[in-house]
Design a protein around this ligand. Structure first.
Ligand SMILES: Nc1nc2c(ncn2[C@@H]2O[C@H](COP(=O)(O)OP(=O)(O)OP(=O)(O)O)[C@@H](O)[C@H]2O)c(=O)[nH]1
Ligand SMILES: [Mg+2]
Length: 388
């Protein structure tokens, strides 16, 4: 990016950041955009701002709909994680939802059949994933349901990208990926990440907390860059490998990373093998590609396990001292500690934490006594003891 915005535009950006409601944001963004000169260097920014405005308009509409008690696009999360099915029309998203869950959703051989999200639960061992069938993205980008579907995607814990092997899966995948990226949703884990937390009305200065490598800049550059945007009080957290460009992007909006799998659907049709191989070549290596058929169920047997692995989560079973082990696990991020377990149960447990006893994969021996920093593993049984 590094846009070289004129001072006037930067000053207007502050207004966008300070806006609280979607209406205020929309108005401020409009003013910001009118102060941005249109040329090659600002092309991405202008495009991003326009999309953001379209999303805000949708958000405002959505709020109105909800207030009127009408049909909403928002789906309340349930189960261990929410995964949205995204893809072009007719790729088979609804057919997959129907095959994998008990939910009822409309399936038809014409495009744009699905007009609002439909959730269903997929059982994997002792947990459930919530899959959400969504209306399609549009091949050429934008239009139709796009901004609402992208809103659903941004709110989800992960994505199931559905492409059809029937015609051109590579083209379909790239169309979907482009739509996501233009909306700041990426399916590759970024090398690094920048989070800017502004202190409203504060005069605390700019504090940079960096763990990782600042590839082409110094802390002083960060300060100069932010001050150019009239940000004088903020905490900038930098993780992993980043460039000054990443910092500037973070001023506008944080890119959100969503773990994803690609389902190459309609693998029951003849002559689809080679297409699946071509598809594998263009999808980032860390994203699984699953040739499958919603029609026959083939290829879908291990989806639960693949989703579980992709989401980087662990199941933890809590135990009362001298009591029963909970039969429903807590779901935590991989790398979570015993203190995270305590917090997930109750803040009181975290506050009065003394020690824990642990059984299962992370225990050196059954009933090992561990401290708050002990990292738990999938399948652990944790018994928390508090101070008397
Ligand atoms: N041969 C074959 N046809 C399929 C498969 N999955 C879906 N179809 C057909 O593809 C067409 C579209 O299926 P849908 O599930 O409605 O597709 P969709 O992605 O939900 O479509 P939109 O809601 O318009 O975005 C229907 O005629 C399905 O019967 C499959 O695995 N194999
Ligand atoms: Mg559908």
């Amino acid at each position: 990016m590094v846009t070289n915005l004129p001072a006037e535009a930067r000053a207007k950006w502050v207004k966008v950041m300070e806006a609280k409601t979607p209406e205020e944001k929309l108005r401020a963004l409009q003013e910001f955009l009118s102060a941005v000169p249109k040329h090659k260097g600002t092309e991405n920014l202008v495009q991003w701002a326009r999309r953001r405005m379209a999303e805000l308009r949708e958000e405002i509409e959505e709020q109105k709909r909800r207030r009127r008690g009408g049909v909403s696009f928002f789906v309340e999360k349930e189960g261990a994680a929410q995964l949205v099915l995204v893809g072009l029309p007719n790729s088979g998203k609804s057919s997959l939802l129907a095959r994998l869950t008990n939910a009822k959703t409309e399936i038809a051989d014409y495009p744009y059949t699905t007009r609002r999200p439909v959730p269903g639960m997929l059982t994997y061992q002792d947990i459930q994933f919530q899959l959400v069938d969504a209306p399609p993205l549009t091949p050429g980008g934008g239009g139709g349901f796009a901004s609402r579907v992208l809103g659903l995607a941004r709110n989800a814990d992960g994505l199931i990208i559905v492409v059809s092997l029937e015609s051109d899966p590579v083209w379909e995948f790239e169309a979907v990926r482009r739509e996501l990226e233009e909306s700041n949703i990426v399916i590759r884990k970024p090398r690094g990440r920048v989070v800017i937390e502004r202190m409203r009305g504060g005069h605390g200065g700019i504090r940079v907390v960096a763990s990782g490598k600042m590839l082409d800049y110094t802390i002083d550059d960060v300060r100069k860059l932010l001050e150019g945007y009239r940000i004088y009080s903020a905490v900038v957290k930098i993780y992993g490998e980043t460039t000054l460009d990443d910092v500037e992007k973070a001023i506008f909006e944080n890119v959100s990373y969503k773990p994803a799998v690609v389902i190459a659907n309609k693998a029951d049709l003849p002559g689809t093998r080679d297409k699946a191989i071509q598809l594998r070549k263009v999808v980032p290596a860390e994203v699984p590609v699953i040739p499958a058929s919603a029609k026959t169920g083939r290829g879908l047997e291990n989806l639960g396990a693949i989703l579980f692995k992709m989401l980087d989560i662990v199941r933890i079973y809590t135990k009362q001292p001298n009591g029963e082990v909970a039969d429903r696990p807590l779901i935590l991020r991989r790398g979570a500690t015993v203190m995270d377990v305590a917090r997930a149960v109750h803040s009181r447990l975290a506050r009065n934490f003394s020690y824990a006893k642990i059984w299962g994969p992370s225990a050196k021996y059954p009933g090992e006594r561990v401290g708050a920093d002990h990292v738990v593993m999938d399948g652990d049984i944790v018994e928390i003891h508090t101070k008397k």
